[in-house]
Design a protein around this ligand. Structure first.
Ligand SMILES: *Cc1c(COP(=O)(O)O)cnc(C)c1O
Length: 222
């Protein structure tokens, strides 16, 4: 199947409540144009430099929303704020505070962000454990220059389907709890950024609102 056909097929079966983000890391701008032609308006990138080059080459497509989904190093934070409307991968209080300060100092539009959480321990991933997130929420609440929209999670590798579902369900419950306790200036509409090519259907069943799909749209990355 072609990229356009795959996109069309997946979009047809998505509930209206779920936004499809095409993860275009390591994908050519030619393939991205095909995706755009098939209706994609949200692209996810995990490297600031790669995204900057692609945004220049795709500058004629003015209605793309760019999502940063990778690990953000502090020396790239300012550039990321200039390039991306969304940052899904805010993974520490330190990064949140740095972004908050940069937005204020430079009079940027407050970015929409998700807090990246680790529901199960995972040495390969950054992000908040649940106890640490509760500890940091009061300080996060002071980051008034961020539009905190919700949570992002990636299940550890090697889980079975039930375990993956449990990770997504607990992420949803955590967001509800934060909302109920009213301890963070969460801004509507609340988002759960969860689900990749191999687990997006499970994520949707658990209430995902943003799925991040790469290889199922564009093929395997080299
Ligand atoms: C690469 C990546 C994706 C897309 O993964 P696929 O398995 O290709 O769908 C989604 N989210 C993040 C954070 C990624 O790094």
């Amino acid at each position: 199947m072609t990229i356009a056909a795959r996109i069309t097929q997946i979009r047809q079966n998505l509930p209206d409540s779920v936004k499809l983000i095409a993860v275009s890391k390591q994908v050519s701008v030619e393939a991205m144009r095909i995706a755009y032609g098939a209706g994609i308006r949200d692209f996810g990138e995990s490297r600031v430099q790669e995204a900057e080059a692609k945004q220049e080459q795709l500058a004629d497509l003015t209605d793309i929303t760019w999502h940063f989904i990778g690990r953000l190093q502090s020396n790239k934070a300012k550039k990321a704020l200039e390039l991306f409307a969304w940052i899904h991968s805010v993974d520490s209080l330190k990064l949140a505070q740095q972004l908050d300060k940069l937005v204020q100092e430079n009079h940027y539009q407050p970015p929409k962000v998700c807090l990246q959480v680790k529901i199960e321990s995972d040495p390969q991933k950054t992000g908040w454990t649940i106890p640490q997130l509760w500890v940091d929420l009061p300080d996060l609440d002071r980051c008034k220059n961020l539009q905190i929209r919700g949570l992002m999670t990636i299940p550890p590798l090697g889980l079975n389907e039930n375990e993956i579902k449990s990770v997504f369900d607990r992420t949803k419950i955590l967001l509800k709890e934060i909302q109920t306790k009213n301890c963070l200036h969460l801004q509507p509409t609340l988002q759960l950024s969860m689900g990749m090519s191999d687990d997006y259907q499970i994520a949707i069943a658990s209430g995902s609102t943003m799925i991040r799909l790469g290889k199922i749209l564009f093929g395997e990355r080299s």
